[in-house]
Design a protein around this ligand. Sequence first.
Ligand SMILES: O=C1C[C@@](O)(C(=O)O)C[C@@H](O)[C@@H]1O
Length: 234
Amino acid sequence: MDLSFDSFVLAAATADLSDAADPRVGEHADAVEFRMDLADSDPESALGAYDGDVPLVATNRASWEGGDCDDDDEDRLATLERAAERDAVAAVDIELDSLLTPRGATAADRVREAGASVVASFHDFEGTPAASELRETLHEAATVGDVGKVAVTATDDHDALRLLEATNAATTWGDTVATMAMGEAGRHTRAVAPVYGSKIGYAPVRPAEATAPGQYDLETLSRLVGDLERNPDT
Ligand SMILES: O=C1C[C@@](O)(C(=O)O)C[C@@H](O)[C@@H]1O
């Protein structure tokens, strides 16, 4: 399946692929992010059984990047390479720190050879880097990935505004990026960052099953992003 990041993609984030059949996914989501690291059952079996028509983004978040996968990088990246071979997997999320290693670069090549895109992701669960570091990280991620994703944690309005400014700068530069500020002080950026060029948003199908702090539920984020979308003809 194909998934273009030329325009905003709303990804329903879940650890249970049966959520892909939820009517709210068909109504509001462009993709399903399958958090393989959070799955209760064997995620590769779940991928094999998936027969839905919503394209998947496969994520196997390393424990050293805030996820639940304790595998070494060889096993973790091999799992993602196998996931990319599934026709339903349109994109694979690989941590920027992995992509900067030879093994991670090989994984990216194999993912692309399988026809999937690479989302290069960086997370800061403690705070929001300085503007210069945000711009550098976004550009680096967008260079090694097809989408450069940066998820930071905002503690105040200044953090949120720095993230939005970096999003606007990266998009103006021509990079394909996805940005969000986690936490209460940053949650509005999930709806506003797309106005400045962020190309992926994440929301749980069920509000109680957020995969990150500050997420809106799927219906809410869909409505907010839609309401804020600027008319391209004006
Ligand atoms: O990296 C991201 C972004 C995210 O952490 C968020 O803040 O919405 C949610 C994760 O599931 C996803 O892999």
